[in-house]
Design a binder for this molecule. Structure first.
Ligand code: ATP
Ligand code: MG
Length: 791
């Protein structure tokens, strides 16, 4: 076939062209962010097709996400100047392996119509095995086992290959249970996610003829984001490429951010060993970002040891410096970013106007999204969350809200159904049917039906006991919520408007006076929310969960509880959520993107916001607590990924306070902020922190001033912005609250509560502390909401 013109080559620099045109033999493109690796990889596919070197079905191209695969397909079509003929083997590792495994299922004793289990199914199955083995799954949660098995699968270890060093896993029963689990999956004609690759590696290793067939079939192999492949993926690729060695991998060791999921940056570093004579292409020109942004990113990543070390340069205009701004708290940060996005849209920041599509907010932890979503919904700023559900649509948030709903409205049957067996209370389908039938027969809501069923003894045993506990809990929480509603004193805030205020007064008028004088001890609704989640066993469910998602879910729950402090009571909060969630997002039109840094890999945006740069959040607390630098270095690579997503404007921010369990905590600016090279950073003036009015004036500012100013990061900021007229705080006190050490109060001790102020401890009962508050009288509060005061 005569080669067609090749305009796509004209867009490439000489190093890229080299990587594109050297079609045969192993090629490694190892280069920093934004140097055009993905672009070159795409051009290489086009070149293979255009020169008639390969047909579409002879090319195996692996991307990290399905979205990236779709984009690459589209680009191939555009570069070819005609719609790309089907590229059946362009996709993620998983999507490609599903197709292959369906063809060869019988080689691992499966049928080709096998089902793929989701994590819930997987866990249920493991639980059955754990129970059958007589293991106490309180001490040895099945979720822990599932994490261990995933890890073995990532390392391509079938049960017979698990090394002796791992024999002690899961109380020495891990390997045996893993073997049982794999057998059970086969019986069920099912696979889990990890199996997709594991089975294919097993098949390739055991069946030379099958492997040989695919080695002939996939004549050219291309892999993007190679630094994030795990061992199983790596072995799979190596087997396929072993014959012709036409493999081209592209990656950046500085962007390896999936170590926690078993990715091995070592894979990229040993490419030359695995494929001797590999042609290594290094790209140094960055086409994405301005020099300031690039210099800032390079400055941060320099802090990592054992890098290959790459210098990047760009011909782009100097542009804006990286903008850095500190805020009073997370809500203020969200408000400012909302305003800034508005201003940038209007082009009133001395920069060009940016459309919403050109702007993105990249967060370290998904719980950070809540503040932005709430704010944007309130001001009507269109946004989309990429790579995950919106905050209030997350499973753990919906579960928690179902508990709250049920406390506020006992007749909320949907909420009851959602949580009656979450966490697991041993209430199977049969028990749930009994509840339904009892409720229907008596014409009462499900909660009441459940109560009757328990009383009448139609639901007995372990499940019955657990159900009774739940019902009693709901009654107890409701009593607290009711007194909170009627005695709360504060009126609902403006979010719900006058209409709500009126109905609030009306509904509660008759009860308000009666109870006002009773000296009943009661909880604040923020505490109540925490109590509900704790006493129902819901928090513990996630604490015992060893899957990688569990810590994030716990953080989301904390954020949910934090958020409650902005409301009068649970009911007000629930209404707020239903109102904002009702605010249907239109499918059309430009939107700001919100996503995690992990989800942003490979993407680029003209303007990027990077909020929450605080120690403990970014870098994460876990990475800071860990011995050794591994975790911290992965966080630093994540910072590098974040900054290098920006083309023209990069805005980093942090807040001096974050709320944890409704309690203010000081946050220190991230250590990564210290690593930003000064010459490339412009410090913006924080609006609320020193100014008059706003949030700052309404909160005890001493709390915020306490620690943040002692940090080296803040001192440097202060020095840099000296003449901007920001004053140094007069005093600085240490009021950081150690959450782990609060339970140890003694009677008579002076304490401080965020809402009730100062008081003296009069009694202690488990984690509840009775305090005689100077102004608010005697109250029982949860210990962790108190801090010791030695004044
Ligand atoms: P990352 O490491 O973040 O995945 P990358 O190395 O894959 O980055 P690309 O996304 O391929 O980089 O390219 C970054 C940007 O630079 C894109 O907008 C791309 O179109 C542009 N670009 C790449 N190569 C060139 C080139 N030779 N001339 C002009 N623009 C280019
Ligand atoms: Mg890329």
């Amino acid at each position: 076939m005569a080669a067609r013109p090749m305009p796509y080559l004209d867009d490439l620099n000489s190093a890229q062209r080299e990587a594109v045109e050297r079609l045969d033999g192993p090629v490694l493109m190892l280069a920093g962010a934004g140097t055009g690796k993905t672009k070159a990889l795409t051009a290489r596919i086009v070149h293979l097709l255009n020169t008639g070197t390969a047909r579409p079905n002879e090319i195996l191209a692996v991307t990290f996400t399905n979205k990236a695969a779709r984009e690459m397909k589209n680009r191939v079509g555009r570069m070819l100047g005609q719609p790309a003929e089907g590229m059946p083997w362009l996709g993620t590792f998983h999507s490609i392996c599903v197709k292959l495994l369906r063809r060869h299922a019988e080689l691992v004793d499966l049928k080709s119509n096998f089902t793929i289990l989701d994590t819930d199914d997987q866990l249920r199955l493991l639980k059955q095995l754990v129970q059958a083995a007589g293991i106490d799954d309180k001490r040895w949660p099945a979720r822990m086992l599932s994490g261990i098995i995933d890890d073995w699968k990532n390392r391509a270890l079938t049960p017979d290959k698990v090394p002796a060093a791992d024999a002690g896993a899961y109380n020495h029963k891990g390997v045996e249970l893993y073997a049982q689990y794999q057998r059970r999956l086969i019986e069920l004609n099912a696979v889990d996610f990890g199996d997709l690759l594991l089975h294919m590696v097993t098949i390739f290793q055991a069946h030379e003829d099958v492997l040989a067939q695919y080695q002939r079939w996939f004549r050219y192999i291309l892999v993007d984001e190679y630094q994030d492949t795990n061992v199983a993926q790596y072995l799979w690729l190596r087997l396929l490429a072993a014959g012709h060695r036409n493999i081209c991998c592209v990656g950046d060791d500085d962007q390896s951010i999936y170590g926690w999921r078993g990715a091995e940056v070592g894979n990229i570093l040993r490419f030359e060993k695995d494929f001797p004579g590999a042609h290594v292409v290094r790209l140094e020109q960055n086409y994405r970002s301005t020099p300031h942004i690039l210099a800032a990113a390079s400055g941060v990543i320099r802090g990592n040891q054992g890098r290959l070390g790459k210098e990047l340069w760009t011909e782009a205009e100097e542009g804006e410096k990286v903008r850095l701004i500190g805020h009073w708290d997370g809500e203020e940060e969200a408000r400012w970013i909302g305003e800034e996005i508005d201003a940038m849209q209007g082009g009133t920041r001395g920069m060009r106007a940016y459309s919403l599509d050109e702007m993105a907010i990249l967060v370290r932890a998904s719980h950070q999204m809540r503040a932005f979503e709430d704010r944007f919904l309130t001001i009507g700023l269109p946004y989309k969350v990429i790579g995950g559900p919106r905050f209030y649509e997350r499973m753990e948030i919906r579960d928690a809200m179902a508990y709250f709903r049920l406390v506020v409205s006992p007749e909320d049957d949907l909420a009851f159904e959602r949580i009656v067996n979450t966490p697991k209370r041993g209430l199977g389908d049969k028990a749930q049917q009994t509840i339904q039938m009892t409720a229907r027969a008596n014409g009462v809501p499900l909660v009441e039906g459940a109560r009757i069923a328990v009383e009448e003894g139609t639901i007995k045993g372990k499940g019955g006991g657990a159900l009774r506990e739940l019902i009693e809990g709901l009654a107890r929480w409701r009593a607290v919520a009711k007194s909170e509603l009627t005695l709360g004193g504060r009126r609902p805030r403006s979010l719900l408007g006058e209409e709500y205020d009126a109905s609030f007064r009306q509904d509660n008028d008759d009860e308000a006076v009666i109870e006002r004088d009773s000296n009943e001890l009661r909880y604040d609704h923020v505490e109540l929310a925490q109590i509900i989640l704790d006493e129902s066993g819901y928090t513990a469910m996630w604490q015992n969960d060893k899957t990688p998602e569990a810590p994030g879910r716990l953080e989301n729950l904390k954020e949910l509880v934090n958020q409650l402090d902005n409301f009068e009571n649970l009911q007000g909060f629930l209404e707020h959520v239903s109102l904002i969630m009702d605010n249907e997002q239109s499918e059309e039109g430009a939107k700001v993107s919100i996503m995690t840094l992990h989800a942003a890999k490979g993407l680029e945006f003209p303007a990027v916001f990077l909020p929450g740069w605080e120690d403990g959040l970014f870098p994460s607390q876990r990475s800071m607590d860990e011995s050794g630098l591994k975790g911290l270095e992965e966080e630093r690579r994540l910072a590098y990924v974040g900054i290098t997503r920006a083309e023209e404007v990069c805005t980093i921010s942090f807040a001096a306070n974050r709320r944890v369990f409704g309690q203010w905590q000081n946050a220190l600016p991230s250590r990564f902020i210290d690593e930003l090279p000064e010459d490339h950073v412009e410090v913006l003036t924080p609006p609320g922190l020193y100014g008059s009015g706003g949030v700052a004036s309404t909160i005890d500012s001493r709390v915020a001033e306490a620690n943040v100013y002692n940090s080296p990061g803040w001192k440097r900021l202060q020095a840099r912005q000296g003449e901007r007229g920001l004053s140094q705080p007069k005093e600085s006190r240490n009021t950081v609250i150690d959450l782990t050490a609060v339970a140890s109060f003694t009677t008579g001790e002076r304490v401080f509560h965020q809402k009730f102020g100062y008081g003296a401890v009069t009694g202690i009962e488990g984690d509840k502390v009775e305090v005689d508050f100077d102004k608010a009288g005697t109250k029982k509060v949860v210990a962790r909401f108190l801090s010791a005061k030695d004044d």
